[in-house]
Design a binder for this molecule. Structure first.
Ligand SMILES: CC(C)(COP(=O)(O)OP(=O)(O)OC[C@H]1O[C@@H](n2cnc3c(N)ncnc32)[C@H](O)[C@@H]1OP(=O)(O)O)[C@@H](O)C(=O)NCCC(=O)NCCS
Length: 199
């Protein structure tokens, strides 16, 4: 931990206590509204509710969520996108379970694709995306993936820093890929190593 980070940890909730009951599990039908709201809070071009529904039955898809039981000191957790969306906003109270992150991975033969990943804004910079991505990549390797790829906005430095930690490198650029602002997409790839015990 670098000295610069200490002030942030001491003036917010204790990281360790927030993390004690973190569960990474496959996405279920009951999660879809919170997943969709979380997506709308995280992206200017969110997926539709139906897109997530489709992923639940897509044989090539591994949709994941991170669920926590909200600690008493955390206060209510709101799911309120900045713009009106197809479902009403929701709130989860302390003591209730809440989906705080999502990831969709596609696995096609020996290639994996991180289709999307997002963490609830109130739960960012707590290592959740790192844990979730690690789990998804482990599962992808077990499923036979040798390489993994993803698209990321040219200006999305937080996500690029996360991916760099996992060895992703920029291998291409798609000019004007994002329709809302014409931003370029960077294509990043990484190689997955299969561990000896992965059968
Ligand atoms: C990108 C995102 C998923 C990261 O989630 P997160 O849980 O906050 O990430 P983590 O806490 O696991 O961070 C892991 C590392 O990623 C990098 N990182 C994450 N957020 C960062 C930020 N805001 N600025 C700089 N680096 C950042 C850091 O290297 C960080 O390690 P550190 O905290 O030890 O420095 C989250 O910011 C998000 O949901 N963004 C909106 C959706 C999005 O852009 N998804 C990616 C689409 S390609």
């Amino acid at each position: 931990m670098t000295p610069l980070r200490w002030p942030r940890f001491t003036c917010t909730l204790p990281t360790r206590s927030r993390m004690t009951d973190l569960t990474i599990r496959r996405m279920e039908l009951e999660d879809l509204e919170l997943v969709f709201l979380l997506d709308c809070m995280s992206f200017s071009l969110p997926w539709s509710l139906n897109s997530y529904k489709f992923e639940l039955s897509n044989p090539a898809s591994q949709p994941w969520v991170v669920e926590v039981t909200l600690p008493p000191e955390a206060g209510p957790l709101e799911y309120n996108p900045p713009h009106p969306v197809a479902v009403s906003g929701q709130v989860r109270q302390p003591g209730e379970k809440a989906v705080v992150a999502l990831l969709v991975l596609w696995l096609i033969v020996d290639e994996a694709h991180i289709a999307t990943i997002a963490v609830h804004p109130a739960w960012r910079r707590q290592g959740i995306a790192r844990k979730l991505l690690r789990r998804a990549l482990e599962q992808a390797a077990k499923g036979g993936a040798r390489t993994v790829m993803l698209d990321v906005r040219d200006g999305n430095f937080p996500a690029q820093a996360l991916y760099a930690e996992f060895g992703f490198e920029v291998v291409g650029r798609r000019p004007g890929y994002y329709k809302d602002n014409g931003e370029d997409a960077l294509l990043m790839t990484a190689t997955l190593e299969r561990r000896k015990d992965d059968r």
